[in-house]
Design a protein around this ligand. Structure first.
Ligand SMILES: O=C(O)CCC(=O)C(=O)O
Ligand SMILES: [Fe+2]
Length: 375
């Protein structure tokens, strides 16, 4: 991480006031102490779980993770992780390390452009940039389908909580090949995102095959319940924050996806809720974090749980992370013994309505099967 911070690149509300201690160089060794050891988070080996597809993996396999967690077979381990944690670490995923490094480097470069430039280049609005596959946003992760920040009702804890300390690029993978940028940095970033999106599509599909076979999905459900055509990426930067105890990078939430796959840099900040306590999901090199989203919770009749998580901010370091989110094919109806039949579009509309009117996501609760659970 560079020692000189370029606050001109921060959205104005995130800039420290003149004379603030943040203006001075950061001591990069000074990291926040971690809350709790996250060593217990299950580690799944992609290669062992998905032996049918190993020819697509392009890196050599890590040998440093042994079979201790796989006593009942890798498939059992992955299902157990989804049941007990709703989240796991993924190693041996086959995504080249060079691609991970390059994408992170390019993201850092783009985020360090002046705020106004990022806004002009990528802001999705009702005007000229409506078809841009890359939309710049900040202050909230809740976006409209076109990638613009969603206007939310302000909650009771408004002053402390509503402004979330992050900025990001929302990327629709399906549209990414429709555009070519003149600018070399942008065009390289676009190409890397395209490649990364394909890799993530492969990883998500293979994991879903394992989970779907355990859940006894028929061929149609296996094909429609997760569609790589819906994939999107969120590239985040969490700026340094003068008062990290008063702000969240992203406040507590569950993901609306089927699966989410997070790549984080070495700064840390992601936390997961497990057994009534928050655990730090400490970064490990070349390791992805896979989250179960709300859609998979419903598809699995609540067998796999969509996990609560949040992101802390840091006084001394900026953090970069990249999320891949994948959804059911458009129009697919999710059939579940626990929920009324619904599509992802129904769910998304409900979430957007709740955020606008209540300021929070009520999520799957609204779709519960029995009427007394709805009230
Ligand atoms: O930045 C992260 O580590 C997590 C981001 C996240 O939870 C989300 O985008 O839903
Ligand atoms: Fe999330």
């Amino acid at each position: 991480m560079s020692e000189s911070y370029n606050f001109e690149s921060y959205p104005p509300l995130f800039r420290p006031p003149p004379n603030s201690p943040l203006i001075h160089k950061s001591n990069s060794d000074k990291t926040e102490p971690l809350l709790l050891d996250s060593a217990a988070i299950p580690v799944i080996d992609y290669f062992k779980c998905t032996t049918r597809t190993t020819t697509t993996a392009t890196t050599t396999h890590q040998d440093s993770y042994d079979d201790d967690d796989d006593k009942n077979g890798p498939t059992a381990s992955i299902c157990e992780a989804c049941r007990n944690w709703g989240l796991f670490r993924l190693v041996n995923h086959g995504i080249p390390v060079t691609l991970l490094n390059q994408i992170e480097e390019h993201a850092k470069k783009l985020f360090s452009l002046p705020y106004e430039t990022k806004k002009d280049l990528f802001t999705s609005s009702s005007s000229s940039n409506i078809d841009s596959p890359i939309a710049y946003f900040w202050g909230t992760p809740a976006l409209t389908p076109s990638g613009a920040a969603l206007a939310q009702k302000r909650g009771p804890q408004e002053n402390k909580q509503s402004l979330q300390w992050m900025e990001g690029f929302n990327i629709s993978l399906a549209q990414l090949s429709n555009i070519h940028y003149q600018d070399l940095l942008l065009e390289n970033f676009r190409c890397l995102l395209e490649e990364y999106g394909k890799e993530q599509g492969r990883v998500a599909t293979e994991i879903f095959k394992v989970l779907g076979s355990e859940l006894k999905f028929g061929p149609l459900a296996q094909c429609n319940y997760l569609s790589v055509a819906t994939g999107l990426l969120r590239v985040y930067r969490y700026p340094r924050c003068l008062e990290p105890e008063r702000r969240w990078g992203i406040d507590v939430h569950t993901d609306s996806s089927v699966l989410s796959i997070i790549l984080q840099d070495d700064v840390g900040g992601l936390q997961v809720y497990k057994d009534h306590q928050w655990l730090d999901v400490n970064p490990l090199p070349n390791t992805l974090i896979v989250n179960i989203g709300d859609m998979l919770q419903a598809m699995s009749d609540d067998r796999y749980m969509s996990v609560k998580h949040r992101v802390k901010v840091n006084k001394h370091k900026e953090r970069i992370s990249i999320g891949y989110f994948v959804f059911p094919a458009e129009g697919t109806i999710i059939q579940s013994t626990k929920y009324n039949p619904f599509s992802y579009a129904d769910f998304r509309a409900q979430v957007q309505y709740d955020l606008k009117t209540l300021g929070l996501k009520t999520g799957l609760q609204k779709f519960k099967f029995t009427s007394h659970q709805n009230s």
